[in-house]
Design a protein around this ligand. Structure first.
Ligand SMILES: *[C@@H]1O[C@H](CO)[C@@H](O)[C@H](O)[C@H]1NC(C)=O
Length: 291
């Protein structure tokens, strides 16, 4: 057994298998501070790279309907989706623990290792949402994730993981530019919008649509999930390949932790968030991966 394989099996051993909790509650008295913090350098949806630039790469510029609302993940993507928010484990016993994932998609955790959406939302509320926005706005964010997940066929936990990775769930996060302008809580493709406090629920939903279902100018998660049209080296609906495509605009399928010009740890971070990591590295587990 290779080291990579071993590390992808270990997480199961340390998952907490307690009975899942119910839906989150949204405190009305949380002490939050409005800040535009939350973006991490060189993340967000990157420009899509053509295969002429990198023969290993996936390529979306000609095949994609960039249709935002109404677009839906199909094919193998359905094996990485559930509408049951109690399905899954309860996360890591130590939420700062972090497993180093790299190599091909097969080295990354199976669907059965993901934590359940209810507990995952609670974990991220406790880690950052409670200090970043009011309880009612957290409720709006929850509603938007649930709605867009059902509409798009992209698992709610996966959408939440990308949101936490891109902005720590901070609704007020600013736009960044890595060649395309990335706005909103998913730092989505050009054409994406930011939060509008005067139209809170609708603008949060639009931010989640932009990242999940794409903008008028480029792909979201759905378009990367559906990148399956017969050419070898497409994502084939695998969420870890999708995460690399979203972050880098191109994919090294032999090593999803190859940054391809963006963030090396991105896919490993997403995998750990899905299993129970809270995004903090106070104990140095993530740093030890050397990404
Ligand atoms: C994948 O890339 C990461 C980041 O550069 C590196 O640390 C890791 O050793 C690579 N893994 C493999 C299996 O090539």
């Amino acid at each position: 057994m290779s080291l990579n394989k071993a590390s992808s099996l270990l997480p199961f051993l340390s998952l907490v298998l307690a009975a899942p909790h119910g839906p989150p509650t949204f405190p009305t008295n949380n002490k939050y501070t409005i800040t535009s913090g939350g973006t991490h350098g060189n993340q967000g949806a990157h420009p899509v790279v053509s295969p002429a630039v990198n023969a290993r790469s996936s390529e979306l510029s000609t095949i994609l309907p960039r249709n935002g609302v109404g677009s839906k993940a199909t094919g193998n993507a359905v094996h990485w989706y559930t509408s049951d928010f109690s399905t899954g484990n309860s996360g890591y016993a130590d939420p700062q623990y972090y497993y180093c994932f790299n190599g091909p998609a097969a080295n990354f955790p199976p669907f059965a290792n993901w934590m359940n959406f209810y507990d995952m939302f609670d974990l991220n509320q406790a880690t950052s949402l409670n200090s970043e926005e009011s309880g009612p706005l957290q409720g709006d964010l929850y509603n938007s994730i649930v709605q867009v997940s059902a509409d798009s066929g992209v698992d709610a936990r996966y959408i939440l993981a990308i949101i936490m990775q891109e902005s720590t769930g901070n609704l007020y996060v600013g736009c960044t530019n890595n060649g395309v302008e990335n706005c909103g809580i998913m730092q989505a493709y050009a054409g994406s919008v930011s939060f509008n406090p005067n139209n809170a629920q609708a603008s949060i939903t639009q931010m989640v649509v932009d990242g999940t279902q794409g903008t008028s100018q480029g792909p979201g998660l759905v378009q990367w999930f559906n990148d399956v049209d017969g050419v070898s080296g497409k994502t084939g609906g695998n969420p870890y390949s999708v995460a690399r495509g979203y972050n880098s605009g191109t994919i090294d399928f032999s090593n999803l932790s190859d940054a391809e010009g963006a963030t090396a740890s991105y896919v490993s971070d997403i995998a750990n968030r899905l299993q129970g990591w809270n995004g903090n590295d106070g104990e140095g587990y993530r740093a030890a991966c050397g990404f």
